[in-house]
Ligand binder design. Structure first.
Ligand code: HEM
Length: 388
């Protein structure tokens, strides 16, 4: 389903192709080492604070577009050392929503042997994919062409790591064509922000709905960061904020289900899985299974501190998948989320709007029908809300 947006990139390839892509991508992920990426995240979060400050005190905060903007900005800076503009952020957010809307029915015509391109939905999905690629491809193309012409690329970002890793050992040919590189970049952009944006949106709502937990988070943020600019060393001390994000990923894992192909015949309980069978794994269901978790539908970040939860985590917690295809950006995503949430709860009080409960919608990620909104009230530097 994602092919028109991300081409034949690591997210959807298998076997030897996947293996060699993962080897080529790993050097690019050294750029996402949490300490090195912290300053980029911090700058994107500063810009987020400036945008939030434009919302009138006590006004309504449209959560999903902002979370998409800040996470797209973080990953864009990590990929190519540029910040993403408001126009580009809105374009990618809206185009991907539209893409998912039109692509979901996409497989139906092929099930009844009608070519996909005869369906209007297919064309509208393709158009949305092109809108996303138009934001990314011109930048990748110019850096690729300059590099192939022999100009060194020392930008210390993911794109330069990929360009340098893709020069063959003999130093002449490139291991990636421009199209292959552009596909990997589109994949990194999408995997690197859509998932985080979904989880941060749900986290914001859950925090707004739990005033007692929110006050504890606020106290933690004040104790660790005070009114200062966040520092890398603050991050590991924001333990409640981290647990809130982990608990959000338990209740609303950004990728609600994914697929695996069985490599051999296997018996699972009373069922036989044949080699080659397609299995659908759903963290969303496993994380809410009553035989595996205590009060699975309750938002309880403190559960991660209780010893009995350790077994549930070991057996049935996989928001980042597990095994050889485990998410390459998990540590990056956790740090980004802790930073974003800690800054928001330090600076603002969040409240739910009466009768405005978000309704989950499972697509490639868990988004919503109709958005998520909360009320934002500024706190002063001592943490008191200004309207209090
Ligand atoms: C809360 C945020 C995130 C969540 C919940 C998440 C979740 C996942 C999951 C479940 C998979 C496996 C999908 C499958 O096998 O079909 C995956 C793969 C992947 N993720 Fe993430 N992800 C997050 C953030 C990120 C970020 C920030 C990046 C990049 C900086 C990233 C890069 C990747 C890549 C490259 C893969 C493919 C790995 C492979 O197939 O070998 N992810 N992610």
């Amino acid at each position: 389903m994602l092919y028109p947006v991300i081409g034949n990139s690591i997210f959807i390839t298998n076997g030897e192709t996947w293996k060699s892509q993962r080897q080529l991508l790993e050097p690019a992920f050294s750029v996402t080492r949490i300490q090195d990426s912290f300053e980029r995240m911090n700058r994107a979060v500063d810009d987020m604070r400036a945008r939030l400050s434009k919302i009138p005190d006590g006004g309504v905060f449209e959560v999903e577009p902002e979370m998409t903007h800040v996470t797209a900005d973080v990953i864009f800076r990590t990929i190519c050392s540029l910040s993403i503009s408001q126009k580009e952020a809105t374009e990618t957010f809206e185009a991907f929503l539209e893409y998912q809307r039109f692509s979901y029915g996409d497989s139906v015509p092929s099930l009844i042997n009608i070519p996909k391109y005869l369906s209007l939905r297919w064309w509208r999905g393709r158009h949305a994919a092109t809108r996303i690629r138009n934001v990314l491809d011109p930048m990748v193309q110019s850096r690729y062409e300059n590099f192939v012409k022999g100009e060194p690329d020392n930008n210390n970002d993911m794109l330069s790591a990929l360009l340098n890793a893709s020069r063959s050992e003999t130093g002449s040919a490139m291991k990636f064509t421009y199209k292959e590189l552009a596909d990997q970049i589109a994949m990194l952009f999408l995997a690197g922000h859509e998932t985080s944006a979904s989880a941060l949106s749900w986290a914001t709502y859950l925090i707004a709905a739990q005033p007692e937990i929110q006050e504890r988070m606020h106290a933690e943020a004040m104790a660790v960061m005070g009114a200062d600019t966040p520092q890398f060393q603050h991050m590991k001390r924001l333990t409640l904020t981290r647990d809130v994000f982990r608990e959000t990923l338990r209740l609303y894992p950004s990728v609600p289900f994914f697929t695996r192909e069985s490599t051999r015949r296997e018996k699972m309980r009373d069922k036989v899985i044949e080699a080659g069978a397609l299995l659908v794994l759903s963290p969303w269901l496993s994380h809410r299974n009553e035989t595996l978790w205590d009060k699975p539908h309750v938002f309880d970040p403190d559960r991660f501190d209780r010893p009995e939860t350790q077994e549930s985590v070991r057996n049935a917690y996989f928001p980042f998948s597990a095994g050889r295809r485990v998410c390459l950006g998990a540590a990056f995503a956790l740090q980004e989320a802790v930073l974003v949430l800690a800054v928001i709860v330090r600076d603002y009080k969040l409240e739910v709007l009466k009768g405005d409960e978000p309704m989950p919608l499972a697509r490639a990620t868990i988004r919503t029908y109709g958005g998520i909104r909360v009320r934002l009230t500024r706190r002063d530097k001592t943490g008191v809300t200004q309207s209090a």
